[in-house]
Design a protein around this ligand. Structure first.
Ligand code: NAP
Ligand code: G4F
Length: 339
């Protein structure tokens, strides 16, 4: 008799990471279940192509009753808590919703696990935003946290509760402190996708309603056909989401629960990102990018760059896609999509 297939329960399955993780687990033979928010117009987001293979459960991280009910019903071996209000800029406009979904939402999952399914393994999506305005470079698992926005504060609550529930109740809760990771499925709320969509729209000469909507539902290029950005000096460690969901899975296969930094070890500025992305389409970024103060944050993070030695040594994980290849992948995907 072969071994019973494992069951995974993913919150945030309609998002970028949730969809890549669901694909990975389906390939590995898992039964994949996902929490889906009710919407007046049902939307499966980035997981739409997996609708026939994934079992969806209508619910919300705001509701502890549904979380306990689904864990008791599905009895997953592994729970991946990826759901969050994940946009940093937006966390200043929606600080309470962010604290509730991103911070308390995780705590509700841990409580449901403690009460209903204490044998389950849990992955909590922590973030390099926890390092905030750190001056330590590069950052690793021992680097102190200095959160500087409501999103990071909410993630800090979730991260510390993950460690507290692990130590206090002996639960298998691991965290991945993931640095920025991107893909053609990234929401245009984030700078990489905002840039790749704008490059494609400019290159293809799109006009009017054909210009895709970007951050905050605003067209990705303005009436002068320019891309409006905030801080070009901000530095991030950008990797590929497909590589990072493999790290999430490996973290839950480890023999003990722990915390792991997942990063590329390289940092680039938003200016570098613009230069690379526009050059993929044979364009000069300086002619096309303007600063709009609207996108400059009250406080800035970084420079962020992660040291992934611990996960490389313990689990053999390393990133495969380099920055230039990631940017090329995203611009090519948007050119194909908008053409
Ligand atoms: P994303 O694309 O923004 O996806 C967020 C997901 O959370 C969506 O499926 C969303 O559902 C769901 N969600 C939000 N609030 C919810 C609620 N109250 N109840 C149920 N579901 C809810 O995020 P991502 O980039 O895939 O990131 C995944 C996780 O990793 C997030 O926790 C994020 O904070 C964290 N993280 C991301 C990065 C990164 O660079 N991508 C780095 C570090 C950590 P809807 O589709 O219904 O909105
Ligand atoms: O793409 P971003 O919005 O991502 P940010 O804030 O780093 O957060 C992402 O990564 C975190 C991991 O570190 C995750 F936890 C989080 O959930 C999310 O996935 O902004 C990147 C940088 C920032 O420094 C921002 O100030 O780009 C700068 N930026 C400059 N102009 C802009 C813009 N960001 C956005 N979104 N839009 C702009 O126009």
């Amino acid at each position: 008799m072969g071994r019973k297939a494992k069951t995974a329960f993913i919150t945030g399955i309609t998002g970028q990471d949730g969809s890549y993780l669901a694909e990975l687990l389906l390939k590995k033979g898992y039964r994949v279940c996902g929490l889906l928010r009710r919407n007046s117009n049902p939307s499966y987001g980035s997981a739409a192509h997996l609708r026939s293979e994934v079992e969806f459960f209508l619910g919300d991280l705001a509701d502890p009753a549904c979380l306990s009910m689904y864990l008791a019903e599905v009895k997953p071996d592994e729970i991946y808590n990826l759901a969050a209000q994940s946009q940093v800029h937006e966390s200043w406009s929606q600080p309470l919703a962010t604290a509730d979904q991103t911070g308390l939402g995780a705590l509700r999952i841990f409580e449901a696990v403690r009460n209903v399914l204490p044998q389950a393994r849990v992955y909590q999506a922590s973030t390099s935003e926890l390092y905030g305005d750190t001056t330590v470079v590069p950052q690793d698992e021992e680097t102190p946290f200095h959160p500087v926005n409501p999103y990071a504060a909410a993630k800090a609550l979730a991260h510390f509760d993950a460690q507290i529930y692990r130590k206090s109740f002996g639960l298998f809760i691991s965290t991945g402190i993931l640095f920025n990771h991107e893909s053609p499925r990234r929401s245009p709320d984030f700078v990489t996708r905002k840039v790749s969509l704008a490059v494609a729209a400019i290159k293809l000469g799109l006009k009017g309603a054909r210009i895709p909507l970007g951050q905050g539902g605003i067209p990705v290029i303005n009436k002068d056909r320019k891309l409006e950005l905030g801080n070009l000096d901000a530095k991030r460690d950008w990797g590929f989401a497909g590589d990072y969901v493999e790290a999430m899975w490996m973290i839950l296969q480890h023999d003990k629960p722990d915390d792991f930094v997942v990063a590329t070890g390289e940092t680039h500025s938003v200016r570098d990102l613009c230069e690379s992305a526009f050059s993929v389409a044979g364009l000069k970024w300086k002619d096309r990018v303007v600063i709009n103060k609207k996108w400059i944050r009250p406080t800035e993070t970084g420079p962020l760059v992660g040291n992934y030695t611990k996960i490389r040594k313990a689990l053999g994980w390393k990133p495969k896609v380099k920055f230039e290849d990631l940017v090329n992948m995203m611009v090519q995907a948007d050119l194909a999509k908008l053409r």
